[in-house]
Ligand binder design. Sequence first.
Ligand code: NAD
Length: 250
Amino acid sequence: MSEKVALVTGAARGIGLATTQLFIEHGWRVAMVDRDGDALSDASTGLNKVSPFEYDVSIPSQVDAMVDSVRQTFGRIDAVVNNAGVADFGPIEDTGFDRWREVMATNLDGVFLVSQACISALRDTRGALVNIASISGLRASTLRVAYGTSKAAVIQLTKQQAAELGEYGIRANCVCPGPVRTKLAMAVHSPEIIASYHDAIPLNRYGTEREIAEVITFLCSDKASYVTGQIIASDGGFESTGVGLPALRT
Ligand SMILES: NC(=O)c1ccc[n+]([C@@H]2O[C@H](COP(=O)([O-])OP(=O)(O)OC[C@H]3O[C@@H](n4cnc5c(N)ncnc54)[C@H](O)[C@@H]3O)[C@@H](O)[C@H]2O)c1
């Protein structure tokens, strides 16, 4: 039972499921955490070396119970991928406090709570935290007052974690995906938004779940053993570019 164990939140679909599958290919076991019990059951059935944990990362009591249960099941935690997230796009004037809180509860509170509850286990393994933010946390845009702010906060939270937890040998890094055609993105990306993303991205396309998972699993691996406190965009070049890209394409 010495195989490494990853705890992946939001593992029932999208980037979290692709990350789970890649960990398995690398010989890890995976605690798949998600609040959508049906999707989690569908996703975990047939996968080897995983166990499903139906919990909500935004509720402190559920987070504590989840981490206890994962430790009882697997005996160790080597990496935590804080991937569970929700998106709700709307103008500032229409973003009531309930919508704001709903986004913050999962995207920010969830990352804080799950990370904190895993510190003891990660100290034992000198393990790794990888938090999933977004290009929306690196650069502002319209309609993302809650989502973008939550993701910018996750970037800072990652740096705080790296600063404090380094002395325990725990590394903390952050991945900022560009657009990926998951259920989350397709719920908020209109045809106009999709066209704008294509225009603004040097690689001229959306990314895939697998491309994001590759960066996440690298940061969890020993290959990244001297990398901590870093914010890495996997975004087709979106973050590095400025004004005029579409007009200046040849
Ligand atoms: N898809 C994109 O274009 C994109 C871009 C940038 C960042 N991201 C980020 O990547 C992460 C994964 O997104 P995705 O596109 O794969 O989304 P997705 O909607 O396909 O999957 C998210 C999963 O998280 C689960 N989840 C949501 N809230 C939860 C909670 N409180 N507790 C437990 N589980 C919860 C959902 O049930 C779902 O299974 C998110 O943090 C998202 O903000 C996505």
